[in-house]
Design a protein around this ligand. Sequence first.
Ligand code: GAF
Length: 400
Amino acid sequence: MTGASLVEAAELFTTMTGAEPEAVWSAPGRANLIGEHTDYNEGFVLPFAVQNRTYAAIGRRSDGVIRVTSTFDPTPVEVALVELRALFSGAPGDAVTSGAVPEWAAYPLGVAWAAIEAHERAANRAFGVDIAIASDVPVGAGLSSSAALEGAALAAIDWMWQIGLTPLDMAKVGRTAENIAVGAPTGIMDQVSSFMGETDSATFLDCRTLETSTVDLGFAREGLEVLVIDTRVTHAHSTGGYGERRASCDKGARELGVVSLRDVRMDDLDRAAETLDDVTFRRVRHIVTENQRVLDTVDTLRAEGPRAIGGLLVQSHVSMRDDFEISVPELDTAVTAALDAGAIGARMTGGGFGGSAIAIVERDQLAQTKTTIADAFERQGFRAPRQFTVTASHGLLRDR
Ligand code: GAF
């Protein structure tokens, strides 16, 4: 599957330009083990990059135009580099909502624009490029196809223009592109996870200091699989619930007199309950307890291994279902059915309102667990979920 998308990107490039690409770069999707909606509250997250990847084939042009095409929509979109600033200078997401560019193209064009805005070396060295994109990261499944798209395009551009960005620089550029060019008010977890991923490990990120460390997951060694249950309920973070949750968190921080919810400790929750309205309090409680669960998961993985983290994953799901209210019945059914089938732990992953759940499952119980989940969906009258396993994989890579 992965090889197919690499070849597809290269072939699409040749169809568009009549030439071979000069390079092909790729970036993975991600699954979040634990730490949801904590990133934009300057908290902690523990995601890992997955094996599904997005590929960007690149080559130079001589006319100062950036032209992108993709298997999502092969009609090429082109913008002169000197027009990028005007394109993205309106309110966040305007270029997309006004129809000036299709949403998928706002990601690769957005990272080119954001790199030029943030880095003088990019501004000085930018020249026209053709980029062709193909991906095997499922879109709308909560595995951050967006970060994979940003990462593949930006790594290719960074190489072509010889900017010399670090993966963390690129993560910041990717987040800016997503926030402003696409108009999704997301944090930085997905980009860091995708761009800096390491095989068999999760990335523990402190979203305040942006310090990272790798945490050995040990799933394969322990005979465990990470099952993704894609509910096929699609979501978009540029609209609706995601932004509302972010606004609730900002309100909670303001009313508690802290810079961000990172500064609220477990011991402060009793006082917060007296100060805040019920909904804001429950949003705050999710963030505060989720931060603690991330720290506990890291400690538990290091001290006892992956079989001991199940309870923390389940608590995380319950908190998202009841306090943060970002789950949907399909996600709850996936989690309950996985646990009924004997999974070590399960929770929804990503921003919520649809997308995927993950379950940590004994390898020899995988087939039975999938059947139990599929049956539960059928009984509820839900569309059949897509189920597949993921393995912790590496970040940005030059493939050709
Ligand atoms: C989405 C966002 F892009 C991330 O920044 C993060 O907030 C996540 O939802 C929720 O944890 O994936």
